[in-house]
Design a protein around this ligand. Structure first.
Ligand SMILES: Nc1ncnc2c1ncn2[C@@H]1O[C@H](COP(=O)(O)OP(=O)(O)OP(=O)(O)O)[C@@H](O)[C@H]1O
Length: 648
């Protein structure tokens, strides 16, 4: 302990003896300097000094010297300045002083390191110059030992009839939707889920699936769920599918509707598409004796809307839930709306009489006893988090991972041993192999002209163009309409109303829009099969966003092209992003004809002037709309307050 204290003291005060083993020599020097300083002061006072021009500065320095030696560094600094200015210090001293003063911080670090090393231990919290060793990444066993899914959508095709255990009715429906073979993720995950549904005596493991964008993850959970629930007797909510945004939830709802055709299963979507009370009516019916009857087997929803219904819909209960699907799981993990998962589990872990029951934390003999509940979680994403702490928040039960591997690194298990699996858990950054990626370097100011060039000169159609903000999307949309009136430009962002967004998506999907300028509201999960080009007008802030953006094209085995417009200020960030994703060599440079851009310069200036007028006109209309909007908001708040009457 004493040693520790002594070391800390010396570390903080560089004048300590441990830092300067030849302390007596230094003291001599300090003493000499003090004497010299005194002498000079005297000389100065008697008017014999040579440095009359520097008198104030010198006086100041001398005063420092006279105050005594507070610490080596400060007095040495002062002394050197003083002596340098006079040229009166002996060369040996000066050399020593220089050694002491120059590169002071670095030297101090070095000294500390030496001290620590000689003492044989490192003082906690003390900076050292030692190069830190990179700690090898180790993963928990289940992340390190995944079931591997193939990357190539066309290799080893499995025709739908050949998938063991799949109900003929579902096979028929697949075929009627023009699906004749299964993609790798479906080939692996569907049979695994179907098999696990058979084992009633053992609580089945939770499942995490990480596969590239457009690889068919939705059907990988829709088909097994429909198959296992279609024989149900009583109608209750048994499957809940949670997605981050409304449009995505509606898309998945449509897939469920398609594959539950011909069964007694009913799917309900809760996303605020309809008024709240309409959604309530579609969920629960009230019997003649006031009892509640569920009208849904499968519910597709977003976290916020789910919490609203748990709290405000009489008779809405999740206590019969068997499956919780979390699609775009990494995004949902960041979703804190109303602490949705906690709220859901509170509703799930209750007895028939509404009394909270203990939830299973670990598998024990007692936990297998009848009466305990098990909520099976199925997680899907193209960029699933590898962060075990994040995953831990979802309280997974003996999870099993299915993932595509990229042949770059070797995985290491938590015990530090190689798993024998060559490749890394790419949860993160895989893109479809049919995707071509380009980087187009240009100034920020010419980006609209570049877009015009790509659309008119190169004739690109079915283009999705991403901006980082709603404002930028709106402005770019208006600008392109003025700049190139022949191009059909659409705008998509959360600033638009639901109905408007629906119409815009429909036009785009039907090929009636050439370029859809969008925020990242479209980046995740949205499935519009014919998108051929994705342009990142603004470089995205996060790599995950980049992966999801470019994944809107090259889906389901189709070809696709993604271009990022990179301005000089974004170049570094973009390079780092590509490096992290291991895409440095696969992203090629694309060039535009500069003369062609220059020829549009005049039209560009005109378009900018028109944009200014259009925005001004919008501002005026906005102001006019302010009062009604406020009134509407007040009415809505009043309605919401009335809704907050929970009946059960
Ligand atoms: N076996 C198949 N054969 C042909 N097309 C398929 C098959 N499975 C799915 N698809 C189609 O592939 C497209 C992409 O599927 P899906 O939306 O499920 O991908 P995803 O993996 O969820 O992508 P994302 O990560 O971007 O959400 C859809 O249009 C779907 O109909």
């Amino acid at each position: 302990m004493a040693l520790f204290i002594v070391n800390r003291y010396f570390g903080a005060d560089p004048s300590g003896p441990s830092l300067e083993p030849q302390g007596s020599k230094e003291n001599d020097i300090i003493h000499t300097l003090n004497l010299k300083a005194k002498r000079k002061k005297k000389e100065h006072a008697s008017g014999t000094g040579e440095l009359t021009n520097h008198a104030p500065q010198q006086q100041d320095m001398e005063n420092h010297a006279m105050e005594g030696i507070e610490g080596l560094s400060s007095s040495f600094n002062d002394a050197v300045s003083l002596e340098d200015s006079k040229g009166a210090v002996g060369s040996a001293e000066r050399k020593l002083q220089k050694n002491k003063v120059q590169k002071k911080p670095r030297e101090r670090k070095k000294l500390k390191k030496e001290t620590s090393e000689t003492e044989g231990f490192t003082i906690l919290g003390e900076a050292t110059a030692a190069k830190r060793l990179k700690v090898a990444r180790v993963l928990p066993d289940w992340l390190a030992h995944p079931t591997v899914i193939g990357e190539d959508l066309e290799a080893d095709q499995l025709i739908v009839e050949d998938l063991l255990g799949l109900h003929p009715q579902l096979v028929k429906r697949l075929k009627s939707n023009n699906i004749h073979t299964f993609f790798p993720v479906q080939r692996v995950v569907i049979p695994a889920l179907l098999a696990s549904f058979q084992s009633w005596h053992y609580p089945p493991r939770d499942v995490c699936v990480s596969a590239p964008t457009g690889s068919g993850k939705t059907l990988a959970y829709v088909l097994p769920l429909v198959q296992v629930l279609k024989t149900r007797v009583v109608q209750r909510i048994q499957a809940l599918v949670v997605l981050p945004v409304q449009d995505l939830a509606i898309q998945v709802y449509k897939v469920f509707v398609e594959y539950t055709k011909g069964t007694r299963l009913r799917t309900v979507v809760l996303v605020g598409q309809h008024l709240f009370h309409q959604e309530q009516k579609s969920l629960v019916a009230t019997g003649p004796r006031g009892d509640y009857q569920s009208l849904a087997d499968i519910v597709v929803t977003t976290p916020g809307r789910l919490v609203d219904h748990i709290e405000n819909t009489p008779g809405f209960t999740l206590k019969h839930l068997r499956f919780l699907v979390i699609d775009e799981a990494d995004r949902i993990m960041n979703e804190t709306k109303g602490n949705w998962l906690e709220r859901l589990e509170k509703d799930f872990f209750v007895s028939q009489d509404g009394i909270p029951i203990e939830r299973r934390q670990m598998l024990t003999v007692a936990s297998l006893a009848a009466g305990r509940r098990h909520l099976r979680k199925l997680l899907f994403s193209a960029t699933l988090s590898q962060n075990p702490e994040k995953l831990e928040e979802l309280k997974l039960f003996q999870p099993q991972l299915f993932t595509v591997l990229s042949p770059k690194d070797t995985m290491t298990a938590i015990d530090g041993e190689s798993t024998g699996i060559e490749g890394s858990f790419v949860g993160k950054y895989t893109t479809p192999k049919e995707l071509k990626e380009y980087r187009l370097r240009c100034e920020e100011s010419v980006k609209p002209l570049v877009i015009k060039y790509l659309l008119l000169t190169l004739g690109w159609k079915s283009v999705l163009c991403f901006t980082n903000t709603r404002r930028a999307a709106h402005r770019l949309c208006l600008l392109l309409r003025s700049l190139a009136p022949d191009i059909r430009v659409g705008e998509f962002s959360s600033a638009l109303k639901k109905e408007e967004r629906k119409g815009i998506l429909k036009l785009f999907a039907n090929g009636d829009t050439d370029v859809l300028v969008s925020t990242d509201a479209m980046a995740r999960g949205m499935d519009i099969p014919d998108i051929q080009y994705v342009i990142s007008y603004d470089v995205p802030t996060f790599l995950k966003t980049y992966i999801h953006r470019v994944g809107r094209t090259a889906r389901a085995g189709r070809e696709g092209t993604a271009v990022s417009l990179v301005s000089p200020s974004d170049l570094m960030a973009f390079q780092i992003m590509m490096k992290t994703a291991g895409k440095e060599s696969s992203v090629e440079d694309m060039y535009v004809d500069e003369e062609e851009l220059q020829s549009s310069e005049e039209a560009y200036h005109e378009a900018l002037a028109q944009l200014k007028n259009a925005l001004q006109a919008e501002r005026v209309t906005e102001k006019k709309r302010v009062f009604p909007v406020k009134k509407k908001a007040r009415q809505q708040i009043g309605r919401d307050k009335r809704l907050k009457v929970k009946a059960h």
